[in-house]
Design a protein around this ligand. Structure first.
Ligand code: ADP
Length: 255
């Protein structure tokens, strides 16, 4: 087919049956990548065909969370096949940076909208995912440029907003969600992460109300969740009985 030959046909277009979720947040450090990776693994564990595009140029932490740091896509003829982790086909901006040419996380911070747009486009056109039931995108926090790009490249994409309970985080999350809504994207829902005694609760509900979207769940602070991320072992598989893992699995089950 066109796609197999690596031509520029855009997969996951309007006719596609693949459900596309673009995960965003107002700011960094709220657990967006951790949620995205664990949701992807939970969805794959349900037997779905899942792809994950790590487009967070500031962080690209997905390969670490999924235990495939250093993995590179394989080239078969003109096809680029993504590495697979826990049943999830993963492509990350970090996989295409060349440390020997001084390209790394810090150089990626200077990325601007148009370059990001082209990169996401290339991920989608050049990497062969095959048929997917679900495609997740881990977006950089709170940039309008990206919301616009995703809206153009993936018209079916629904936005999933991750926030922490604090008011300051919730306010920026509302702003980034509202930007996506302005570009015509549907807000799938809001996840409140790090919910509980330390940071309080309520930010997620506040964001959900402001965006007129459902609150999908509140994930408590969890040491196993953090350790699982550090060790590349997602807790939805390794510690399914952990309360945080249970909430994430529940959200995935409804997706
Ligand atoms: P973001 O993608 O929003 O920048 P990350 O997913 O990289 O955030 O998470 C930031 C840090 O917080 C990571 O060390 C991660 O393991 C940790 N973390 C995320 N969610 C939780 C949680 N519910 N409990 C404990 N640690 C968490």
């Amino acid at each position: 087919t066109e796609r197999l030959r690596g031509t520029r046909t855009m997969p996951f277009g309007p006719e596609s049956l693949t459900r596309v979720y673009a995960v965003t947040s107002g700011k960094g450090g709220v657990g967006k990548s951790t949620m995205t990776a664990n949701l992807a693994v939970a969805l794959a564990a349900q037997g779905l065909r899942v792809g994950l595009v790590d487009a967070d140029v500031h962080g690209f932490s997905i390969p670490g969370i999924l235990g495939i740091t250093g993995a590179r896509p394989t080239r078969v003829g003109e096809m680029i096949l993504p590495p697979v982790a826990f049943g999830v086909k993963v492509v990350s901006i970090g996989m295409f940076l060349d440390p020997e040419r001084g390209q790394g996380p810090s150089s990626a911070v200077a990325w601007r909208g148009p370059m990001l747009h082209r990169t996401i486009q290339q991920f989608l056109t050049d990497v062969y995912f095959g048929d997917l039931d679900v495609l997740l995108l881990d977006l950089p926090p709170g940039t309008g440029d990206v919301a616009i790009s995703v809206g153009q490249l993936l018209p079916n994409a629904e936005v999933l907003v991750v926030t922490t309970p604090q008011a300051a985080a919730a306010e920026v999350a509302v702003r980034s969600g509202a930007l996506a809504a302005q570009t015509g994207q549907k807000i799938y829902g809001v996840i409140e992460n790090m919910s509980g005694e330390l940071f309080g609760t309520g930010g997620g509900a506040q964001v959900a109300t402001a965006l007129d979207a459902p609150l999908l769940g509140a994930i408590p602070l969890s040491v196993p969740l953090r350790v699982g991320g550090d060790e590349g072992s997602p807790i939805v598989l390794s510690r399914p009985e952990d309360p945080a893992a249970e909430v994430i699995a529940g959200i995935a089950a409804a997706m």
